[in-house]
Write a protein of this length. Structure first.
Length: 68
């Protein structure tokens, strides 16, 4: 699966980082870091990635299909 980020919507709440710390982080300025941007999230992280998408209060994250 891939996760698409709408950076214009992201407000830096950090719920994605809380639910998916191996996939998302916030930098010192509160900007989102998506560790797998442009590529598939590893299968072992898909559950937490999906939880992070569901937790985003401003719908800045969207789950997409695999690139394969």
């Amino acid at each position: 699966m891939q996760i698409n980020v709408d950076r214009n919507r992201c407000e830096g709440h950090g719920l994605c980082e809380e639910r998916g710390p191996r996939v998302f982080a916030l930098d010192d300025d509160g900007e989102l870091i998506h560790r797998f941007e442009g590529t598939d999230v590893p299968a072992e992280y898909e559950t937490e990635a999906a939880a992070a998408v569901a937790a985003c209060p401003v719908v800045a994250l969207r789950q997409a299909g695999p690139t394969r």
